[in-house]
Design a protein around this ligand. Structure first.
Ligand code: NDP
Ligand code: MG
Length: 390
C-alpha cells in the first residue's frame, strides 16, 4: 500500500534528504504536497520528478513563476501563507515539517488536527509553542516523531522504557565553527566563518546557530517540551566528534547512548519507517578506527545562549516564542553584518529583559494567535535593540 506523504521545506537541506530517501523507493509513496520559498526551480523540478499533487511557495509574488515552471504537468501551483496551511489540510499519512523558523508552526498544527503523523525537524515549533503542539497531537490522536538528531536519539533510547524511570537526558553539541577560538576573537567572526560546520552539512541558519549554540539552546527547550522532562534534568555536553547524539540516564544508573554517523538521513529515515527500521544509506561506524570519543563541558560563558535557554524554560509560556523570534532577528542582523557574532546573544538577552514584564509572557494561554502576536512583538523589540546598538 502506498503512503501519502507531504514535505514542508522540501527545497531545504532536510527536505532534500527526505526526497532522497523517498526517491529511492518511489512505488511506496504518493507525494501530496511539496513546499518551498525562494527556490522555485528546485521546487518545480522535484514536484515533476515525484509527480506531486501540488507545489507551494510561501511567497505570494512567486506564483506566476511557479505556474510557469509547472506548465503542462497537471501539477497544481499555489502560493502564500494560506496556501501552506491548505496544503497541510490535504489528507496525508505522513508529513515532514522542515520549514526553517517560526513559519513552520502553523502548517504543523494543521497537519496534527487531521491526525497526520508529523515528522518534526522544525524545532522552532516546539520552542515557540510546545504545549500547544503536544496538546493538538493528543487531542487528535496524531503522532509526532522527532527528526532533530539528538531528539531522535533520545526517542530511540527510550523505546520500551518508562519516562518516570528517566533521571536525565544529555544532548551533545559539536561546539560549532568557533569551538576552539579564543573568546576575544569572536567579535571579529564573519558570517562565512560561522556558516562552516566541522561535522554536519546543514542549512546556513542552523549552521550559524550551531556556532553560537543557539541551536543547542533551542534543543534544550525542545527536549523539555517533547519529552516532558524537568529542565534541571536536561544537559548539553560538547562532543566534538558528533558521533554520540544523545544519552538517556535512568534511575538505576544506566546511561543509554545513541551513536551514528552525522548524517540526517538516519533520523529522517527512522521517522519515515517508524515503528520499523528501514535500509538507510548512512555510513556504518568503525569503532576501532574511531578509537576515542571525547567530551567537554558546555561553557555558558562562551555560549551564553545556553544560559538564556534555562531562563526561558523557567519562565515557560510565551517566553520560547520571544526567545526564538529575537534570535531569528539577531541572526538576520549578524548575517547582514549589522551586528557582531557575540552581539546576537546580547540582543536576545536584552529583548527577554525588556519583555519580561510584558503582559501574558508567562501565561499558558497558548494558541496560534497569541504565539503569532508575541513573535511579532519580539521581532519589533529585537529590531529596536539592534538599531540602538548602531
Ligand atoms: P534550510 O534553510 O536548508 O531549508 C529551509 C526550508 O524552508 C526551505 O525549503 C526554504 O525554502 C523554506 N523556507 C524558508 N523560509 C520560509 C518561510 N518563511 N515560509 C515557508 N518556507 C520557508 O533549512 P534546514 O533544512 O537546515 O532546516 C529546516 C528545519 O530543520 C529547521 O527548523 C532546522 O532547525 C531543522 N533541523 C535541520 C537540521 C539539518 O541538518 N539541516 C538538523 C536538525 C534540525 P527555499 O529554500 O525555497 O527558500
Ligand atoms: Mg540537532
Amino acid at each position: 500500500m502506498t503512503r501519502r506523504v507531504s514535505i514542508f521545506g522540501a527545497t531545504g537541506s532536510i527536505g532534500q534528504s527526505t526526497i532522497d530517501l523517498i526517491g529511492r523507493d518511489p512505488g511506496a509513496y504518493e507525494v501530496v504536497a511539496l513546499t518551498g520559498a525562494s527556490n522555485i526551480d528546485r521546487l518545480a523540478a522535484d514536484a515533476r520528478r515525484l509527480n506531486a499533487e501540488v507545489a507551494v511557495t510561501c511567497h505570494a509574488d512567486r506564483l506566476a513563476d511557479l505556474r510557469a515552471a509547472l506548465a503542462g504537468t497537471g501539477i497544481e501551483a499555489a502560493a502564500g501563507e494560506q496556501a501552506l496551511i491548505e496544503a497541510a489540510d490535504r489528507p496525508a499519512d505522513w508529513i515532514m515539517s522542515a520549514i526553517v523558523g517560526a513559519a513552520g508552526l502553523a502548517p504543523g498544527v494543521h497537519a496534527l488536527r487531521h491526525g497526520t503523523t508529523l515528522a518534526l525537524a522544525n524545532k522552532e515549533s516546539l520552542v515557540t509553542a510546545g504545549p500547544l503542539l503536544m496538546a493538538e497531537a493528543r487531542a487528535h490522536g496524531a503522532t509526532i516523531l522527532p527528526v532533530d538528531s539528538e531528539h531522535s536519539g533520545v526517542f530511540q533510547a527510550l523505546a520500551g522504557e518508562r519516562i518516570e524511570d528517566v533521571e536525565r537526558i544529555v544532548i551533545t553539541a559539536s561546539g560549532g565553527a568557533f569551538r576552539d577560538w579564543p573568546l576575544d576573537q569572536l567579535a571579529q567572526a564573519t558570517p562565512e566563518q560561522a556558516a562552516t560546520h566541522p561535522n554536519w552539512d546543514m542549512g546556513q541558519r542552523i549552521t550559524v546557530d550551531s556556532a553560537s549554540m543557539f541551536n543547542k539552546a533551542l534543543e534544550l527547550i525542545e527536549t523539555k517540551e517533547f519529552f516532558g522532562i524537568a529542565p534541571d534534568r536536561i544537559e548539553a555536553v560538547v562532543h566534538p566528534e558528533s558521533l554520540i547524539h544523545a544519552l538517556v540516564g535512568f534511575r538505576d544508573g544506566a546511561l543509554m547512548a545513541h551513536l551514528g554517523a552525522p548524517d540526517m538521513r538516519h533520523a529522517i529515515g527512522y521517522a519515515l519507517h517508524w515503528p520499523a527500521r528501514g535500509d538507510i544509506p548512512v555510513a556504518r561506524l568503525d569503532l576501532a578506527q574511531i578509537a576515542r570519543l571525547t567530551f567537554r563541558p558546555a561553557d555558558e560563558v562562551r555560549w551564553p545562549a545556553l544560559r538564556l535557554a534555562r531562563e526561558v524554560m523557567r519562565t515557560g509560556g510565551l517566553a520560547g516564542a520571544v526567545f526564538n523570534a529575537a534570535k531569528e532577528r539577531a541572526l538576520d542582523a549578524f548575517l547582514a553584518r549589522r551586528i557582531g557574532f557575540p552581539a546576537m546573544a546580547e540582543v536576545v538577552e536584552e529583548v527577554l529583559t525588556r519583555m519580561s514584564s510584558e503582559a501574558g509572557l508567562a501565561s499558558d494561554r497558548l494558541n496560534l494567535d497569541t504565539v503569532r502576536q508575541m513573535d511579532h512583538l519580539a521581532r519589533v523589540r529585537a529590531d529596536d535593540v539592534i538599531r540602538e546598538r548602531q
